[in-house]
Design a protein around this ligand. Structure first.
Ligand code: PRX
Length: 674
């Protein structure tokens, strides 16, 4: 865990670089925006905090409630010393998020509006799906799930690429009250197996294979391998396979069936299951400092409100606009801002199957031109990669439709911010830098494009209902300008409710560090204007290309290698990915360091977790810097990975190490590697 001093140092670097300019909202955009000024935002924010009953109650009443809620809430306890952590919004209500995302719009006469604009990996493949089309497919697939025995409260694992059928499968689960667990299509069989053993789903939905750029990616064989590996931990009765490519695809008799065959046997009549407000909608696994990834559970009504409200206000969405988020539905960003938020607002949401660099680095801008995209939402890592490819890829495409740009996943460095703002957005489009997490379900700290003056690198101000605080090492709230741990004081509607099957873990990870607060795991600084500057994780989580990677998970994979005795993993600066994965490996006696061994260690991490966890650097070392009680001093490893040439004096106090001599050896090794 970083100390408040570490956070303060990072904060000073981050904000100094970005604070020189203030970018006010463009006047014409502000005049037509949902929230038109900072004063209007402040008044709405105040009401959301002082009177959530009215503020969120009014918002929630635009949805369909089969049974109206008795009170908005929130009923909550954030203080472990007062009993279990509990968050409860819209008590007494019954609703269904699928109904609100689809049926409601069709019933209001908008069935022919385009819901999903799908863009294939190849630029000549695209499809347009109306709200009516999606609803029809969802009802049918819900019937398929029912025919497989899926009932309210059951879990269904979805391991799919970015095909429309993935969104359909999510919504079909929601329609019948089943809990979806989407596993990102890049995870390895081992990673799928772990998530399935935890979720215990009897039904898996997958796809034969998909092209990502010029590369085929096999999915069904990964699922098969996962089921084989996990056959003693869980039983899967049905695997439904969507056919995307025409190649060979092994099918197991009695277990595996084709999506198209199943859909041909069912009707498009399927009533919604009305569920209680707090009924779990989905779980999504995410990495933490310790242990295995945890299944973050989101509720129905609170999540519905949060994903919808943030989408509408932060992207200032207006009917008829085309919105595109480049994320994958395998991550929370895709859940909230490709599927639920946009569909709840009756938006047209673009879903892209491919990669930003195929067939060339102009693909994103070609798609913006082709579909006249109005809001474009991506991650700093993509911005940096595209910036490197050169301006011509951008400027040769017409981007005049763009109104708002978005960023998510990590702090955006001022250089990337300025390029995004001036080259991509032609100095016309505000950049909404949205800070949030898998656990928060929707945006926490974010500008509103018509209201908030921007400072490059700052996520700016809290969204409605969010009460961030900055805490010191002892958990005391700091006032005014301050650096420390970012925490949240009161529940917001889309807060996660639990870790699947392990509420005690939920309480200990998020609520035990400082009583009475949700602790996000990020450091931050609040400046004199009340703007928040996120400085990054303060725990043992690395943000690789905006994806969370637990160092403990990578270490567990490395020690599975027969030559590895011990491993310690830290983040290192990376030009494109933001952070790379730096591994210190101690070999077993008799083993000799070599390039082959390094390659073997990288391979085992890919096998255990997936390509996204591939180490960027492996340093073989004699030992690790440990205290006399055997605790690894990661602070030293982090500093060395960041700057191998660092002065020994800047490494801080190393006198408490069992063997201080190890530090010079590590530094030497790091220099050679660099
Ligand atoms: O460290 C913060 C960083 O991403 C973490 C959450 O990761 P995940 O749950 O995978 O969700 C990513 C997409 C929401 C946070 O703890 N993070 C996310 N957005 C930002 C950010 N850091 C700085 N600025 C952001 N806009």
């Amino acid at each position: 865990m970083d100390s408040v001093n570490d956070v303060a140092t990072k904060a000073a670097q981050v904000s100094e670089a970005g604070q020189k300019h203030l970018y006010p909202p463009p006047a014409d955009l502000a005049a037509a925006a949902h929230v038109k000024s900072l004063d209007e935002y402040k008044a709405m924010y105040r009401q959301s905090i002082d009177d959530p009953e009215t503020f969120f109650g009014n918002m929630a009443r635009q949805f369909h409630w089969e049974k109206p809620f008795d009170s908005v809430g929130p009923v909550y306890n954030f203080d472990l010393s007062k009993g279990p952590i509990k968050i409860d919004w819209f008590q007494g209500g019954k609703t269904n998020i699928c109904y609100n995302a689809l049926d409601r719009h069709v019933a209001a006469g908008h069935g022919d509006d385009v819901a999903i604009l799908w863009e294939g990996n190849s630029p000549d493949e695209q499809a347009s799906h109306t709200y009516h089309d999606v609803l029809d497919a969802v009802k049918k697939f819900a019937n398929v799930l029912k025919s497989k025995g899926v009932r309210k409260g059951d879990t269904v694992t979805l391991y799919m690429p970015m095909v429309v059928e993935l969104a359909v499968a999510c919504l079909a689960c929601a329609r019948i009250g089943a809990i979806h667990s989407v596993v990102f299509g890049g995870f390895s069989p081992e990673a799928i197996r772990g998530r399935m053993a935890d979720a215990q789903s009897k039904v898996v939905v997958t796809c034969d294979a998909v092209m990502r750029g010029a590369k085929p990616v096999q999915l069904k064989t990964q699922v098969d391998a996962a089921l084989e590996l996990g056959k003693d931990d869980f039983t899967v009765e049905s695997v439904v396979v969507f056919r995307r490519l025409a190649g060979e695809c092994p099918m197991v008799d009695g277990r595996d069936t084709w999506w198209h065959d199943e859909m041909a046997t069912v009707t498009a009549d399927c009533e919604c299951e009305w569920v209680e407000s707090e009924h779990p909608l989905f779980m999504l696994y995410t990495s933490g400092s310790t242990g295995k990834p945890k299944g973050i559970v989101h509720s129905t009504a609170g999540y519905m409100l949060g994903s919808w409200a943030t989408f509408k206000y932060v992207f200032d969405y207006k009917p008829g606009e085309v919105y595109w988020c480049t994320a994958d539905i395998g991550w929370i960003t895709g859940h909230s801002y490709i599927v639920y938020g946009p569909l709840l607002e009756r938006a047209t949401t673009v879903m892209f199957e491919g990669v930003p660099t195929y067939p060339d680095a102009g693909r994103c801008w070609a798609i913006c031109e082709k579909h006249a995209v109005n809001q474009f939402y991506t991650a700093p890592t993509a911005v940096r990669a595209l910036m490197k490819a050169g301006d011509d890829f951008v400027t040769k495409h017409d981007r005049s439709s763009l109104r708002i740009l978005g960023s998510v996943g990590e702090p955006i460095n001022p250089e990337a911010w300025r390029w995004y703002y001036s080259v991509v957005g032609e100095e016309r489009c505000p950049i909404v830098d949205t800070y949030w997490q898998t656990e928060t379900g929707s945006f926490m700290i974010t500008p509103l494009p018509g209201a908030t003056p921007l400072k490059p690198g700052s996520a700016t101000l809290p969204f409605f209902g969010v009460q961030p605080v900055v805490l010191d090492d002892k958990g005391v709230e700091l006032e005014g300008e301050a650096s420390g741990f970012l925490a949240i004081k009161k529940p917001w509607p889309s807060a996660s409710r639990s870790c699947y099957g392990d509420h005690a873990r939920f309480e200990s990870v998020y609520y035990s560090m400082f009583k009475g607060y949700y602790v996000a795991g990020d450091g931050c600084r609040r400046d004199a204007d009340g703007y928040y500057w996120i400085t990054g994780r303060v725990d043992d989580v690395i943000n690789v290309s905006g994806h969370r990677m637990g160092t403990a998970e990578v270490e567990s994979a490395l020690v599975l290698h027969p030559a590895c005795s011990e491993a310690a993993v830290v983040g290192m600066p990376h030009e494109i990915k933001g952070a790379g994965i730096y591994c210190y490996v101690v070999l077993k006696d008799g083993q000799v360091a070599s390039d082959e061994l390094a390659a073997g260690l990288k391979a085992i991490v890919r096998k255990e977790i997936g390509p996204i966890a591939t180490p960027d650097a492996i340093q073989f070392s004699e030992g690790l810097p440990k205290t006399r009680s055997g605790k690894i001093m990661r602070r030293i490893l982090r500093k060395l990975a960041e700057n191998p040439a660092i002065d020994m004096a800047e490494l801080g106090d190393i006198s408490t190490l069992a063997d201080p001599g190890i530090v010079a050896l590590l530094k030497d090794g790091a220099m050679k590697l660099a």
